[in-house]
Design a protein around this ligand. Structure first.
Ligand SMILES: *[C@@H]1O[C@H](CO)[C@@H](O)[C@H](O)[C@H]1NC(C)=O
Ligand SMILES: *[C@@H]1O[C@H](CO)[C@@H](O)[C@H](O)[C@H]1NC(C)=O
Length: 393
């Protein structure tokens, strides 16, 4: 427009003043908004720091009026978490059995590689350590102890979405196979954690290992134990299917199931059958741990309602319920829930293609006989755990 036209010099001389005031005002507004935003982020980040973590043994809970007192630490923590999430390689999908987490040098290098990290592992997770993104290695406060083919991998992968969970990718097999290597070796396998984060591992064979309850209790009697269980008949078939995929020459499921088919005598020494006797395996655990320190996750519900089951697990671990419905979608082809996308990745993340294999067809009579066999053990297990898993409905 002709604003600078014949209107004269008056408005022209006045303009720079109002502009500079406007500019200052804008600057102040921006600063204010930035400050507000920073405080908003801090408040959001600070809340899960205390409270929920209190239930987890061995974790320090910051004292006092936390939002303000802790803000430098919280800001660092948030930044580090973001860094970590960006660095996480998704999807970390190597072959089954040789699963390794990229940021767990102890596992990749093996027992020999423990030297480099050990000095840092002793460092306290103080401000400097936080700034340097070190953290420290801790013995696990929670372990997924079983069961094989129950859905333990799925549970661990879902749990890892939580920013306060750090877990070993591979199965350490410490309390069954490598106990002689000592706790220092075990701890060195663990990922570094920041204050308030929970260290976890999963090794499904612990549940059926006689020595495991006493050994884990000797490490810490406060260890939280998670058992993913699934209908023992389906589990046995799934177990057999996995073996069959590696060794196609093994006998049929039926011939391995029965000691004497015509007498209907089931071979309880076959591991595929034996692992499903949950009540029997649970007994020694309850001699070392109170029932309240164990959580039994339904492998079936982990598939049909992953968010619901994850809610129970997060509560049990004293974590804020961060993993919810919106993290999952159901893949009809696979018949399995998938994570929509992992933090720091734009790709959806389903379980490896070895999961959800098609099971061989088993004669109905064999299934009936197996269900009959497992029923008393299942009922005993429901009684012991206080939860009816619905396998005999
Ligand atoms: C299987 O059981 C049947 C009936 O009890 C018996 O006659 C037979 O000898 C048994 N076979 C074996 C190999 O034990
Ligand atoms: C569902 O799973 C199938 C088989 O693994 C895969 O090919 C497909 O891409 C998946 N679809 C989605 C939407 O994830």
């Amino acid at each position: 427009m002709a604003s600078r036209g014949p209107a004269g010099s008056h408005p022209i001389s006045a303009e720079p003043l109002s502009r500079s005031i406007f500019r200052k005002f804008l600057l102040m507004l921006c600063s204010l908004l930035t400050a507000l935003y920073v405080f908003y982020c801090l408040a959001e980040r600070c809340q899960p720091l205390s409270g929920p973590v209190a239930g987890v043994p061995g974790l320090r809970v910051p004292p006092g009026p936390r939002e303000l007192a802790l803000w430098p630490a919280a800001a660092q923590r948030k930044r580090l978490l973001q860094l970590r999430q960006r660095r996480r390689v998704w999807p970390p999908r190597p072959r089954e059995g040789s699963y390794e987490e990229p940021d767990t040098p102890g596992l990749v290098v093996g027992p020999g590689g423990s030297g480099a990290g050990s000095s840092v592992a002793e460092a306290p997770p103080g401000t400097l350590a936080l700034l340097l993104d070190e953290g420290s290695k801790q013995l696990p406060q929670a372990i997924i102890i079983g069961v094989k083919k129950g859905g333990t991998r799925a549970l661990l992968e879902f749990l890892r979405v939580h920013p306060d969970v750090r877990a070993v990718g591979a199965e350490p097999h410490f309390f069954d196979r490598s106990y002689h290597k000592g706790l220092a070796w075990y701890r060195d396998l663990m990922p570094r954690t920041l204050e308030g984060q929970i260290t976890m591992e999963k090794t499904p064979s612990y549940f059926v290992t006689r020595e495991a309850p006493a050994r884990i209790s000797a490490m810490s009697k406060d260890t939280k134990l998670i058992v993913v269980v699934r209908d023992p008949v389906t589990r046995a078939i799934s177990d057999y299917t996995q073996t069959l995929s590696k060794r196609p020459d093994i006998p049929t499921f039926e011939s391995l199931t029965f000691r004497n088919r015509s007498a209907g005598l089931i071979d309880t020494s076959w591991s595929a059958i034996q692992i499903g006797l949950y009540a029997k395996h649970l007994e020694p655990w309850l001699r070392h741990f109170p029932l309240g320190q164990m959580l039994f996750v339904s492998g079936e519900r982990l598939v049909s309602d992953p968010a619901g089951e994850l809610g129970r697990v997060q509560d049990f671990l004293g974590l804020k319920r961060i993993i919810t419905d919106k993290h999952f979608y159901f893949n009809q082809t696979k018949g399995f829930p998938c994570l929509k996308k992992a933090e720091g990745s734009s790709k959806p993340h389903c379980l490896g293609k070895t999961k959800g294999r098609a099971h061989p067809a088993i004669a109905r009579e064999v299934l009936r006989r197996l269900r009959e066999f497992y029923r008393p053990f299942n009922l005993k297990f429901y009684q012991m755990t206080g939860r009816d898993f619905g396998w005999d409905g």
